[in-house]
Design a protein around this ligand. Structure first.
Ligand code: ARG
Length: 463
């Protein structure tokens, strides 16, 4: 016979203690203890409701409050003793509560299962993580705006295929990332609505026979609604998958920006410098200054993508309702939250530590015939069909290339060899400034438009 000590949680049902290896294999306390404060919060609301519905006494509620209050301070101070034997965060806290307050502690689990309890804890945890993340994203957006503000007239080459394409302002380029971050914020806010539903009351899977009031618990915990089906409430983790997908997209955006920072910092570009505090040197090459932070962001994006695949795979084969598989949702989720929050925290600061080198950007924009499209558009405005204009300019570019000069450096007579439609007003469109100013519509790179975009963005952040 197993003693209470050997298999104390399940006791009566079992003939032998859980094997030591199995205990370690099935225990989750090492990682789910970070849910402790949310577990306590959920238990307090549950107890409140049990007392409100007359399922436990007012004295029980008082004892439970006192016990959980003490446990909370033990957890916060680090004095709480976590026991692997007690498997997970829920059983550890319940056991301690019973030690502290006796029978009232044993009554807390009335009308509840760890299945709806853990689903509630993760939702509370994720809701708070989402709130942190959206704040951090807004911080990064502000850093992008603050930098963009000074560079609506700083011209750099815009690229397609990483080849010089058309001139854009550095501000316009930064504002592209503002837009990506804005969609990220919206995705998290949207996911939050589905995270913010209460599973408690679903109990193990079918609901409970006690006269509970789920809406009361929802209100106490700040949930917008209660999950409408008990089987679904305890088993699906789509809200966690959705969150991780949003996180993977945010990391992907940051990874793209990182790739650009790395290129821009390379002396062959020389567009920017990243503050020393975000870089490291080499142990062998004394001249090196490496963009470690952007490189790590790029690398850590792989981790978050991996977490998304892990969670999707975790879910795909599970029959209703709860299965122990779901215990494996926590580590990928925690890792995603940690990776993303740490990345965002560093990133906003790193963007503020960037030194911009406008002359290098300008020099690069002057190479590669960035205003060729402007010349074609100029010819179209003089009456040529676009395809003919395109061909005419292609010939002009080849010729300029052979002479080793930019289009704007050709003399008027030389340009007129390609088309007799060209007159001396052509030089206005061949300059970088002319090219930018011409793209004067919503979403275009004209300084006036980018300034308006920045103003709109500021308003959005303030709202
Ligand atoms: N530690 C478990 C988890 O993370 C709690 C729920 C366990 N429920 C159960 N019936 N074994 O999912």
């Amino acid at each position: 016979m197993a003693t209470m000590q050997d298999n104390q949680t399940w006791s009566g049902r079992f003939n032998e203690p859980v094997a030591e290896l199995v205990k370690r294999y099935t225990a989750s306390v090492d990682f789910d203890k970070r849910l402790a404060l949310f577990d306590i919060q959920g238990s307090l609301a549950h107890a409140e409701m049990l007392a409100g519905c007359g399922i436990i006494s007012a004295q029980d509620l008082k004892d439970i409050r006192r016990g959980l209050g003490q446990i909370e301070s033990e957890v916060v101070s680090g004095d709480f003793v976590w026991q692997l034997d007690l498997e997970d965060v829920h059983l550890n806290i319940e056991k301690r509560l019973t030690t502290l307050v006796g029978d009232a502690g044993k009554r807390l689990h009335t009308g509840r299962s760890r299945n709806d309890q853990v689903a509630t804890d993760i939702r509370l945890y994720l809701r708070s993580a989402i709130d942190d993340i959206t704040l951090l994203l807004k911080g990064l957006q502000t850093a992008l705006l603050d930098l963009a503000q000074h560079h609506t007239h700083t011209i750099m080459p815009g690229f397609t295929h990483l080849q010089v394409a058309q001139p854009v302002s550095f501000a316009h380029h930064l504002m592209a990332y503002f837009e990506m971050c804005q969609r990220d914020v919206e995705r998290f806010c949207d996911a939050r609505r589905r995270v913010n539903r209460l599973p408690l009351g679903a109990a193990a899977l079918a609901g409970t026979s006690y006269p509970i009031k789920r809406e009361m618990v929802a209100e106490l915990l700040g949930f917008e609604a209660v999950c409408q089906n008990s089987l679904d409430a305890v088993s699906d983790r789509d809200f966690a998958i959705e969150f991780t997908a949003a996180a993977a997209l945010t990391m992907t955006h940051l990874s793209r920006l990182s790739e650009e920072l790395i290129l821009w910092m390379n002396p062959r570009f020389g567009f920017i410098d990243i503050a020393d505090r975000f870089c490291t040197g080499s142990s062998i090459m004394p001249q090196k200054k490496n963009p470690d932070v952007p490189e790590l962001v790029r690398g850590k994006t792989g981790r978050v993508n991996g977490n998304l695949v892990a969670l999707l795979t975790l879910m795909k084969g599970q029959p209703l309702a709860y299965n122990k598989d779901n215990q494996e949702d926590k580590e990928p989720l925690f890792d995603t939250v940690d990776t993303l929050t740490q990345t965002l925290r560093i990133y906003a600061d790193m963007m503020r530590g960037i030194t911009v080198k406008p002359e290098a950007m300008r020099r690069a924009a002057l190479q590669g015939y960035a205003t060729a499209t402007d010349l074609a558009d100029y010819l179209v405005k003089k009456g040529l069909p676009f395809r003919d204009a395109h061909e005419t300019v292609a010939v002009a570019v080849r010729s300029a290339e052979q002479r080793g000069v930019d289009l704007a450096e050709l003399k008027l007579e030389e340009l007129q060899e390609f088309s007799d439609q060209i007159t001396d007003d052509v030089f206005g469109v061949l300059t970088l400034e002319g090219s930018l100013a011409a793209r004067n519509h919503t979403g275009g790179t004209a300084p006036q438009q980018v300034e308006a975009a920045i103003a709109r963005a500021r308003k959005l952040l303030a709202s």
